[in-house]
Design a protein around this ligand. Structure first.
Ligand SMILES: [Zn+2]
Length: 368
């Protein structure tokens, strides 16, 4: 048995329609000059409330910069070259995953205090200690790990309730996937303390999302905050971030991914996936295959029905992939890094069998 030997930095956060009021108390020890960096829509949705919260305090905004389009090293260097960045005592990162990831990549390695303000509930970028880096052409490059996450995350559920519902809808798929992928990946293993925490925390990536997801999505469509919306936002932004910090260490096997992500990444060779669909949407579809391959028919049926209830995909057609296109990616799956650490070897035959079962279930036939 290996002895534990590492350091761990966990996210801290505030949530609620009033949480920006906590900014002065949380940020005052880090200085006074704030540089805001983010996406245009995200900044627009939150900036008035942030200004109101810091009015009359020592904190003041010295500049507002748009981050760009993708989280790339070039974008990060461009921001790093700005003199206003060096003048600022801290950065407020506002917006979705790419905006927040860009700011983390800029600030954390420089040891510049950074606070995150997610304005959509699409993923856990605001609380986690990794940035997903892209190439200049918009394709995926690699994860960039940091020693710690942001200093604090302010999750204003009223701001998030006003954002387009499609982000939460897709985020839900990626969130419950965390539970299934981490529990399957780590099955029957003797886990280190932090990985065991991650796997156990991931239970809460699934339960609240399946319980409250439908109502939360309806409330999000209507632009109104509610208890259910809050629970789902917490699962997407906070729980998944915590689970991911515990599950993804650059020196241990990756328990953070699995067959559903392998299917997503393999499908990205078809432009329609990146152009017209969302990561979490396709991952939520991939989970159906993962559960069928795992012969967990009860969970499969539960996710199938849940996906149907909120319009997440249950068939290839829903993600605009033809049978031929899908058949072509099957031989790629067994060799993909997402299933490198898995309790069994994923095979083409296994996928074909799962596919037959998916069709049979959709046609109302029994699958077990
Ligand atoms: Zn994902």
């Amino acid at each position: 048995m290996k002895l534990e030997n590492y350091e761990m930095h966990l996210p801290s956060y505030s949530i609620g329609g009033d949480c920006y009021k906590k900014i002065p108390g949380v940020c005052k020890d880090y200085g006074s000059k704030i540089l805001v960096i983010g996406g245009e829509k995200g900044i627009r949705s939150a900036i008035d409330k942030i200004r109101a919260a810091i009015e009359g305090t020592d904190l003041h905004i010295i500049g507002i910069e748009l981050f760009g389009k993708d989280c790339t090293y070039k974008t990060v260097e461009k921001l790093r070259s700005l003199s206003i960045y060096h003048e600022a005592d801290m950065v407020f990162a506002i917006g979705g995953g790419k905006a927040v990831d860009t700011c983390k990549c800029l600030c954390i390695d420089d040891d510049k205090p950074i606070f995150t303000f997610p304005t959509i509930a699409s993923n856990c970028a605001a609380t986690t200690s990794v940035s997903i880096m892209y190439n200049e052409d918009g394709t995926f490059l690699k994860p960039h790990f940091f020693i710690r996450p942001a200093m604090h995350t302010f999750i204003d559920t009223d701001v998030i309730a006003q954002s387009p519902a499609i982000y939460m809808w897709a985020g839900i798929g990626d969130t419950y996937a965390k539970y299934y992928e981490s529990t399957i990946s780590s099955r029957d293993e003797n886990l280190e303390h932090y990985t065991a925490l991650g796997v156990n925390i991931s239970q809460m990536c699934k339960d609240p999302v399946l319980k409250y997801g439908k109502k939360a999505y309806e409330d999000q469509l209507n632009g109104r905050s509610s208890y259910e919306l809050e629970q789902v936002v917490l699962a997407i932004v906070v729980t998944t971030g915590l689970a991911s910090i515990f599950l993804t260490r650059d020196f241990t096997p990756d328990y953070n991914s699995g067959l559903a992500h392998a299917i997503f990444y393999a499908l990205t060779r078809y432009p329609v996936i990146e152009e017209k669909h969302y990561h979490g949407e396709v991952v939520g579809f991939g989970i159906l295959f993962a559960l069928l391959c795992d012969q967990d028919y009860e969970a499969f049926e539960q996710i199938y029905r849940f996906n149907e209830s909120i319009g997440l995909p249950v068939k290839l057609e829903d993600v605009e992939i033809t049978e031929d296109q899908f058949r072509q990616i099957l031989p790629e799956l067994p060799g993909m890094s997402d299933v490198r650490h898995y309790p069994y070897a994923v095979s083409v035959e296994m996928m074909e069998d799962a596919w037959k079962k998916l069709d049979a279930f959709a046609a109302g036939r029994s699958i077990n």
